[in-house]
Design a protein around this ligand. Structure first.
Ligand SMILES: Nc1ncnc2c1ncn2[C@@H]1O[C@H](COP(=O)(O)OP(=O)(O)OP(=O)(O)O)[C@@H](O)[C@H]1O
Ligand SMILES: [Mg+2]
Length: 213
């Protein structure tokens, strides 16, 4: 399906872990190495999916049930994969996504109360076996992540307003996913300085994909 070794890479982890920062770094590194790179984010990445993002992230917690959120996320994801991600991979571009399906599994599933197996079933129904080639789990103590988010001084969205035991739950869920799918997932110590984090990410890509960067 992909052309010329193009890969689909997702970045996951809690708020303030450095996903957006590292995706920009990796995008630059890959472009410098001569690759076409498409950077996208979830929920979002197309005008319609961005509208879904506003629906899900806007407003107060409790606006949607976790199951309703899951359905909205997969509606947006289906369109993003169909119109942006698959075509990019087919023409040989690397795709870097700021969050992907693991976010639904973690936030609506493990931490949100939807049976994780039901989330996986919906994934199969909507996308079949389509998954990232590598998923970076950006791991950081939730308090440190939130400190970074507060220092960033943007308005907090409804997920960022939740309590700290919720963050522990999401962190542990991500680590469980990484343990159960070690070939796809790589846990990155996201508490290190940004340059070191970037070096660790590049090393994983070199080791797993055998490419020069
Ligand atoms: N390794 C790092 N050390 C210190 N600060 C960092 C590091 N990486 C990113 N930051 C800063 O922390 C803040 C959060 O980083 P970033 O926006 O990349 O995280 P994120 O995972 O995308 O968060 P969110 O889930 O809220 O989108 C930013 O202000 C960023 O500049
Ligand atoms: Mg971000």
């Amino acid at each position: 399906m992909t052309k010329g070794g193009a890969k689909f890479i997702s970045f996951e982890g809690g708020e303030g872990a450095g996903k957006t920062t590292q995706i920009k770094f990796l995008g630059e590194i890959l472009r410098h190495a001569g690759h076409e790179v498409v950077i996208t984010r979830e929920p979002g990445g197309t005008p319609d999916a961005e509208a879904v993002r506003d629906l899900v992230l806007g407003g107060e917690p409790g606006r949607w049930s976790a199951k309703e959120e899951m359905l909205l996320m997969y509606t947006a994801r289906s369109q993003l994969v169909r119109t942006i991600i698959r075509p990019a991979l087919e023409r040989g571009a690397w795709v870097l996504s700021d969050r992907f399906a693991d976010s639904t599994l973690v936030y609506q599933g493990y931490a949100g109360g939807v049976d994780p197996d039901e989330v996986r079933k919906l994934h199969d129904l909507v996308l079949g076996p389509f998954n990232p080639d590598i998923t970076f789990i950006m791991d950081i103590d939730p308090n440190s992540g939130m400190q970074r988010v507060h220092a960033r001084a943007e308005a907090l969205n409804q997920f960022e307003k939740r309590k700290s035991n919720f963050y522990e739950m999401t962190r542990n869920a991500y680590l469980d996913i990484a343990k159960s799918e070690p070939n796809r997932c790589a846990v990155i110590n996201a508490a290190q300085d940004a340059t070191k984090v970037s070096m660790d990410i590049v090393q994983v890509i070199k080791d797993r994909l055998g490419i020069a960067l």
